[in-house]
Design a protein around this ligand. Structure first.
Ligand SMILES: Cc1cc2nc3c(=O)[nH]c(=O)nc-3n(C[C@H](O)[C@H](O)[C@H](O)COP(=O)(O)OP(=O)(O)OC[C@H]3O[C@@H](n4cnc5c(N)ncnc54)[C@H](O)[C@@H]3O)c2cc1C
Length: 462
C-alpha cells in the first residue's frame, strides 16, 4: 500500500468530483468517519461523498491507482464496520438518494445511498413497498446485497429477490448494468454476495401493493419462553404467507406505550405484521394472541412506514454493537434450550435477540438461483448486544459468544452474512455453501485484486 498519496493527485481527485472530498482536519471529518456502530473508531485518509456515477468512478479509480484500502458505505449499518477503514479511502454514498417510482409497472429505482426510510417514504405515496428490513435507517445497499430479511419476506421474498437490475461500478472503473439479461453472472453474484463485486450506484426493484398493515408487538412472561418458542415455531409452520412474525427476548423500554409495571422487565414476545385484508387480521394471528395470556399487546392497523420505523429509536446511531448469528433449519429442542438459557440475559432494552422466519416466498427461489444460499433454512437468529457504555463491552461480548456457542451446534451451519461479525473466510464460505466456489470465480472475474475487501469477503479464485 502506498503510504504517501501525493497532494497533487488528491487535488486532481477533488477537481474531478461534483461531490465532497473530506480529509483529516477538515470540518466535518470527525462526524464523516463515524458509522452506526459506536464501537468502530477508524481514521480514513480520504472520504468521498459522490453525488453521481462519475464521482464514484473517479473515487474507485483513485483508490485502485494509489493502492489504497477502499471502503464503500451505503447506510453505514454494518456492525463489523465495513463502511469505514483506517488509512484508506471511503466512498460514502449517503448523498446519492434519488428514488423514482414507476407506479404503472410497479418498479422502483433507488440510488445506492438510500436508506429503507428514503425508499418507503416515496413508495408509500403510491401504495407500494419494496421488501426491506425492519428498521428504516438501514441502507438499501448493504441490506439488499447481503439478502434482505424483513416483514415482507414470506410473502414477497428477500430484498435481493426483488432486484430487477443494478448499476455497478466495478474494480476497474467500468460501469456495468447487471440484470437477468445483461451481465447475468454479476447479477447472480450481487443477490446475496454482499459488497464484493463493485459499487452499486442504483438499484431497480419490484414493488408490491402494501400500504396499511395490521401489526405490532405481543409480550409474554419470560417464565413461559420455552412454551412460547414452541408455540411460535408451530404457528409459523402453518401460518399463511400474509403473516410475518419474529420472536424476541427483550427488556421492556421504560416509557410509553408500555405500562409502568412492565418497565425494565425482561420478557419474550413476537412482533407481527399481517398483509391481508384487515377484517381477516385478528383471525390470522389469533394463536399469537391467545398464548399466555399475553402481558401486553400493541396491535392495530398502521401505515407500513410507521411499522418500518417503530424501533428506530432503540437502535440509534453511536451505540456499541456486537452481533453474532446463525441460520436454523428448525427450532429444535437444542435450539430452544439455548434460547431459554441465554435469551433472558439481554443486557439492555436496546439489545435484540431476534428469530426471523425465512420461509414462504424465500423458499420458492432455488438454492443456487442467487448467491444467497440458505433457502432451506426456516429461521435466521441474531444475538445483537446493543448498549451505550464501552466499558460494558467485555461482559456483552461474553454473553453473545456464550449464547452463540450454545446455539451453533443446533444451527444449519452458516449464518446470514448481514447479521454476522467479521469472522473470517471459513465462516463466510459456510454461509454461502455450494455457491462459494462460483462466487470466488465471479470475484476473480470482476475484482481479481480484491479491491472490494471491506465486506464479508470472498477471496478471488486462484
Ligand atoms: C439497526 C440495524 C437493523 C438491521 N435490521 C436488519 C433487518 O431487518 N434485516 C436485514 O436483513 N438486515 C438488517 N440489518 C443488517 C444489515 O442488513 C447490514 O448491517 C447491512 O450491511 C447494512 O447495510 P448498510 O448499507 O446500511 O451498511 P454499510 O455499512 O454502509 O455497508 C455494509 C456492507 O455493504 C456494502 N455496501 C453498502 N452499500 C453498497 C453499495 N451501494 N454498493 C456496494 N456495496 C455496498 C459495504 O461496502 C459494506 O461491505 C440491520 C442492521 C442494523 C445495524
Amino acid at each position: 500500500m502506498t503510504t504517501v498519496v501525493k497532494q497533487l493527485s488528491v487535488e486532481t481527485l477533488r477537481s474531478s468530483l461534483r461531490g465532497e472530498l473530506i480529509l483529516p482536519g477538515d470540518e466535518g471529518y470527525e462526524s464523516a468517519r463515524k458509522v452506526h456502530n459506536g464501537m468502530i473508531d477508524r481514521h480514513p485518509r480520504l472520504i468521498v461523498r459522490p453525488v453521481n456515477v462519475r464521482d464514484v468512478i473517479s473515487a474507485v479509480n483513485f483508490a485502485r491507482e494509489n493502492e489504497l484500502t477502499l471502503a464503500v458505505r451505503g447506510g453505514s449499518h454494518s456492525v463489523p464496520g465495513f463502511g469505514v477503514c483506517d488509512d484508506g479511502l471511503v466512498i460514502d454514498l449517503s448523498h446519492m438518494k434519488g428514488v423514482r417510482v414507476d407506479p404503472k409497472n410497479r418498479t422502483v429505482r433507488a440510488e445506492g445511498g438510500c436508506t429503507w426510510g428514503d425508499v418507503d417514504h416515496v413508495t408509500h405515496a403510491f401504495g407500494l413497498a419494496v421488501p426491506g428490513g425492519i428498521i428504516s435507517t438501514t441502507g438499501i445497499g448493504g441490506l439488499t446485497l447481503g439478502g434482505g430479511i424483513g416483514y415482507l419476506a414470506r410473502k414477497y421474498g428477500l430484498s435481493c429477490d426483488n432486484l430487477i437490475s443494478a448499476d455497478v461500478v466495478t474494480a476497474d472503473g467500468r460501469f456495468l448494468t447487471a440484470s437477468a439479461e445483461e451481465n447475468a453472472d454479476l447479477f447472480w453474484a450481487l443477490r446475496g454476495g454482499s459488497g464484493n463485486f463493485g459499487v452499486v450506484t442504483s438499484f431497480e426493484f419490484r414493488a408490491h401493493p402494501v400500504s396499511t398493515v395490521f401489526a405490532g408487538a405481543i409480550l409474554y412472561p419470560l417464565e413461559q419462553s420455552r412454551d412460547a418458542l414452541r408455540m411460535y415455531r408451530d404457528f409459523m409452520a402453518q401460518a399463511p404467507e400474509d403473516v410475518n412474525a419474529f420472536f424476541a427476548y427483550l427488556i421492556v423500554p421504560p416509557g410509553p406505550p408500555f405500562p409502568e409495571h412492565l418497565h425494565n422487565k425482561t420478557v419474550c414476545g413476537v412482533v407481527t405484521c399481517y398483509l391481508g385484508p384487515m377484517d381477516k387480521a385478528e383471525g390470522a394471528i389469533r394463536p399469537l394472541r391467545e398464548f399466555g395470556p399475553p402481558l401486553f399487546e400493541l396491535l392495530g392497523p398502521m401505515p407500513f412506514p410507521m411499522l418500518q420505523s417503530m424501533f428506530d429509536a432503540l437502535l440509534a446511531p453511536g451505540l456499541q454493537q456486537y452481533w453474532k448469528a446463525d441460520f436454523l433449519n428448525d427450532l429444535n429442542d437444542g435450539a430452544i434450550d439455548a434460547n431459554v438459557k441465554y435469551g433472558p440475559g439481554v443486557p439492555t432494552f436496546n439489545t435484540a435477540v431476534h428469530i426471523y422466519p425465512v420461509s414462504g416466498a424465500v423458499h420458492r427461489v432455488g438454492k443456487t438461483e442467487t448467491a444467497f444460499s440458505y433457502r432451506d433454512a426456516n429461521f435466521a437468529e441474531v444475538m445483537a448486544a446493543v448498549y451505550p457504555d464501552p466499558a460494558d463491552t467485555p461482559k456483552n461480548k461474553a454473553w453473545v459468544q456464550d449464547f452463540f456457542s450454545a446455539l451453533h451446534p443446533y444451527s444449519a451451519g452458516g449464518a446470514y452474512v448481514n447479521f454476522m461479525d467479521d469472522e473470517g473466510e471459513d465462516r463466510v464460505a459456510a454461509s454461502y455453501r455450494d455457491n462459494y466456489a462460483m462466487l470466488a470465480q465471479m470475484k476473480r472475474k470482476y475484482d481479481p485484486t480484491n479491491l472490494f475487501h471491506m465486506n464479508q469477503n470472498i477471496k478471488p479464485a486462484r
